[in-house]
Design a protein around this ligand. Structure first.
Ligand code: SF4
Ligand code: SF4
Length: 295
């Protein structure tokens, strides 16, 4: 027999924006409702009992930061469409206000329910893992193994801004990312996608072996570790996609840069990059994507 309170009849109560969000009067009722739903979902995620695995901690920490960003968007009266597009495309937090992300968190820490402490603890664990990596300047095999780099549109735009005026170079491997220089250095390092900094390895020999294995068999295998930051724009985009049913926008950076090098517009390059990403990750198709051709 089921215990607990019986369900009430009638329409379920709508989620309300918490007082700390101080909604701007410029927000439309529909946008208030969408923000309220997202805030409730994020608060529920943060309130879950913590599991002792990195991914759960990461999700909780990212949810706390996203909660702060949502509160700021509500206060500023940012229309839902503009907010959600900015987050899903990976635009920096400055798109929502004039502050960068760390300044925004510092400013909100005293007033918002999210606390920066677990985020700081997670970031120090992430840094400790990164410190153990053998990765260094001029080490490039991971930029060439399977010629795919998942990125958000804003990351493609930022990388292209740095690459567009640089001369063509012959990279050290024919499959390499177009941003890899002949010297094995990333030519868009300051704007490389978050995934490039999130993955690394403690063993250079394992990376060399992975490149040889892929050359011979086409199999990637596991040779890298992940050390994702809670402040990674991808983390926010993934949470928003799941909690607010927003369409995913990940693209393949390598395809985009090759198209842009060939003279394609940014829109055409992103469309091709999305198709390439979906071909490699068919489970991520969403309502924005064209239906696959044929039967
Ligand atoms: S992941 Fe491997 S190939 Fe890439 S920089 Fe690190 S050690 Fe080098
Ligand atoms: S953007 Fe830079 S770090 Fe990332 S795959 Fe390309 S060359 Fe490597």
């Amino acid at each position: 027999m089921l215990k607990g309170r019986p369900a009430r009849s009638g329409r379920p109560a709508k989620a309300a924006l918490p007082a700390w969000a101080s909604p701007s009067p410029r927000l439309s009722p529909a946008d208030r409702e969408r923000y309220a739903g997202l805030i409730a979902a994020l608060q529920a995620l943060v309130a879950r009992p913590r599991e002792k695995v990195v991914t759960a901690l990461l999700q909780e920490a990212s949810a706390r930061v996203l909660l702060d960003l949502v509160g700021e968007a509500v206060r500023q009266g940012a229309p839902w469409k503009r907010f959600s597009t900015a987050v899903m495309e990976g635009a920096p937090a400055s798109a929502l206000g004039e502050a960068d992300l760390s300044a925004l968190i510092a400013r909100l820490a005293g007033t918002a329910p999210a606390l920066p402490r677990p985020i700081a603890a997670l970031e120090s664990r992430v840094q400790a893992r990164r410190d153990a990596w053998a990765c260094g300047a001029g080490c490039w095999m991971c930029c060439a193994i399977n010629a795919r780099v998942t990125a958000l549109p804003a990351e493609v735009r930022a990388a292209w801004e740095l690459l567009r005026d640089q001369p063509e170079e012959t990279p050290p491997h024919p499959r390499a990312c177009p941003a890899l220089g002949a010297d094995g250095l990333c030519r868009v390092y300051e704007a490389r996608p978050a995934v490039c900094g999130r993955l690394g390895s403690t063993d250079v020999a394992a990376c060399e072996a992975a490149l040889e294995r892929y050359d011979a068999t086409g199999e990637v295998g596991r040779f890298m570790q992940s050390a994702a930051s809670a402040l990674d724009p991808w983390a926010f985009a993934s949470l928003l996609a799941e909690l607010a049913d927003e369409p995913r926008r990940q693209v393949d950076l390598v395809t985009c840069l090759r198209r842009l090098r060939g003279g394609a517009t940014m829109a055409a390059a992103l469309t091709a990059g999305r198709a390439a990403h979906l071909a490699a990750n068919p489970g991520e198709r969403n309502r924005l994507d064209p239906a696959p051709r044929g039967r």
